[in-house]
Write a new protein. Structure first.
Length: 93
């Protein structure tokens, strides 16, 4: 069964490498979606894939995405419906 997760990071996000680490982990787990800085100055991540991969990604998020960050504040929403992403995209290289 596949799942979709929407995560928004806030607080200490600038200069921490969040988007880089998130994109790399998502690709490693075979997740598809996006990671970008949104208009509210939050890093917004939406990924979808197998329940196992989503669970592993959420463990990664809970442990702390970036060693450079002073905090690890985020919100999380889980969904059963998928949007059909075909790759993991980011607003960074």
């Amino acid at each position: 069964m596949n799942k979709r997760a929407l995560i928004k990071f806030f607080g200490d996000i600038y200069g921490t490498g969040y988007r880089f680490f998130i994109k790399q982990k998502a690709i490693e787990l075979g997740l598809k979606g996006y990671c970008k800085l949104n208009a509210q100055d939050q890093i917004e991540v939406e990924v979808e894939g197998s329940k196992k991969a989503i669970d592993e990604f959420l463990l990664f998020v809970q442990k702390g995405v970036s060693p450079q960050a002073d905090s690890n504040s985020f919100t999380l929403e889980l969904y059963d419906d998928l949007k059909g992403y075909v790759r993991m995209e980011s607003d960074i290289v």
